[in-house]
Design a protein around this ligand. Structure first.
Ligand SMILES: C[S@@+](CC[C@H](N)C(=O)[O-])C[C@H]1O[C@@H](n2cnc3c(N)ncnc32)[C@H](O)[C@@H]1O
Length: 418
């Protein structure tokens, strides 16, 4: 066993990498590489766990070897990596390079409608992160790390909305903290300081950006294994007859995926008029009407009673405690009219206690917590905080189970009647 901490970390990296390689080999899956034809390591709970441990070990090794000053220099300059991402998304660099065969800076500049000088600078910093490769001077090819954004619009949108409206908002954070000594709210937060309106109102005013946001939500879900986690974390196939109501379901991408996986499910997706417009662009002909859409404001009483279940996916983290209480209360009358034990399923991050999970995993959860603070003056919550909000909404609302193994948990809440 290695005696130095650096060698111990290197040994952990060796052991974890050997496990990954042997698992790939056992399943006859090729190792990933940087070429566009490379496949990714499949997303399973086991690979997610190995990856998190490897990230913890490799990042600690780099932190120690780089040292605090060198590491700080690298970190503060990631801001300029984001600037290059912003240009690449905004001006379509990913589409400007064909999948087979490269493109010169001048060709990319024409397609992107940006001058060659700036295109070259932006694309060269991306290439230092293996996003594009300059195989010949002035000529770039896709890599595995760039071609994904050419092939997958939703994944690109997931990057684009972050480096655009969210990045602008994030820059206002410290200023906004000084202006709000009592804390952030939906009306007073960095996003509002930057864009002049709360997030969902801003999207109401900008339908194109609203459609990009809906597409980004689907993309983010597929950047992790969120659908698989949702699919596997509840016995959807055994839900009794009746509608599953996906409250704040966006353009219905999760409802559609669930309905395609579970032929027993009939789902109504509720959201704003703008999201209904984005939803109507999708081809649902294979679902025989099992997914329907209705406009509904979740701050008003739930209009569908006697459902098989109610789902709130990635909704609560957008709202303050008081607003979450209003959302929960809106569902209570419908739960009262539904069969006893009808679940309210809250699918969101449940923050871990200190030391409960590795730093890599906790950091990813806390990044979203800060994102919610910046964008909505809201945040993620622990199990205790959720329990307290539910109790304040209605004493009878109780968490009866917490399911799932991924970043998001599925809390099963019942209206417990004596
Ligand atoms: C973070 S997104 C989550 C969407 C979807 N559930 C998912 O998991 O991808 C939050 C959703 O809440 C919707 N929303 C915001 N305010 C709402 C309201 N008052 N009534 C209904 N939906 C609302 C937004 O339009 C958005 O689609």
């Amino acid at each position: 066993m290695a005696t130095s901490q650096l060698l111990q970390l290197a040994q952990q990296i060796q052991d974890l990498t050997s496990k990954i390689v042997s698992d790939l080999s056992a399943h006859q899956i090729p190792e990933p590489n940087f070429t566009p034809s490379s496949t990714e390591i499949p997303e399973t709970p086991e690979t997610a766990h190995l990856r998190a441990s490897l990230n913890d070990a490799a990042t600690d090794l780099l932190r120690l070897v780089n040292g605090p000053r060198n590491d700080a220099r690298n970190r503060i300059c990631t801001l300029y990596d984001i600037v290059a991402w912003q240009a690449a998304c905004e001006f379509g660099f990913f589409d400007a390079v064909p999948e087979d065969g490269g493109a010169s800076i001048s060709e990319i500049a024409v397609r992107a409608n940006v001058d060659e000088e700036r295109v070259g600078r932006f694309i060269r910093i991306l290439a230092t992160d293996r996003i594009f490769e300059e195989k010949e001077p002035g000529r770039f090819w896709h890599t595995a790390r760039s071609v994904v954004f050419l092939r997958d619009r939703q994944i690109r949108d997931a990057v684009h909305y972050q480096v655009d409206e969210y990045f602008q908002a994030a820059a206002q954070t410290a200023t906004s903290v000084k202006q709000t000594p009592d804390g952030f709210t939906l009306e007073k937060n960095p996003f509002v300081a930057s864009h002049g309106a709360p997030l969902f109102q801003y999207y109401k005013q900008n339908p194109t950006l609203a459609a990009r946001f809906a597409s980004a939500m689907a993309g983010i879900g597929r950047m992790e294994r969120q659908f698989d986690d949702l699919k596997d974390s509840y016995a959807w196939a055994t839900l009794p007859k009746g509608k599953l109501i996906d409250i704040g379901g966006g353009n219905g991408h999760y409802a559609i995926a669930l309905a395609r996986t579970y032929p027993n499910l009939e789902i109504t997706v509720q959201d704003s008029l703008e999201m209904m417009a984005a939803a109507s662009l999708q081809d649902l002909s294979d679902l025989s009407g099992r997914v329907s859409f209705m406009q509904h404001n979740f701050f008003t009483a739930q209009p569908i009673a006697c459902a098989s279940a109610y789902l709130l996916r990635q909704v609560t983290h957008n709202w303050s405690d008081e607003d979450c209480i209003r959302i929960f209360r809106g569902i209570v009358p419908a739960l009262e009219k539904s069969a006893p034990g009808t679940p309210l399923l809250v699918n969101d991050v449940v923050l871990p206690r200190a030391g409960e999970v590795g730093l890599y995993h906790e950091r990813r959860l806390r990044q979203i917590d800060i994102m919610m603070m910046v964008a909505l003056g809201a945040g993620q919550r622990s199990e205790g905080q959720f329990g307290e909000l539910l109790r304040r909404a209605d004493e009878r609302l109780k968490i009866v189970g917490i399911h799932g193994t991924g970043n998001l948990s599925l809390m099963e809440v019942h209206l417990v009647r004596e």
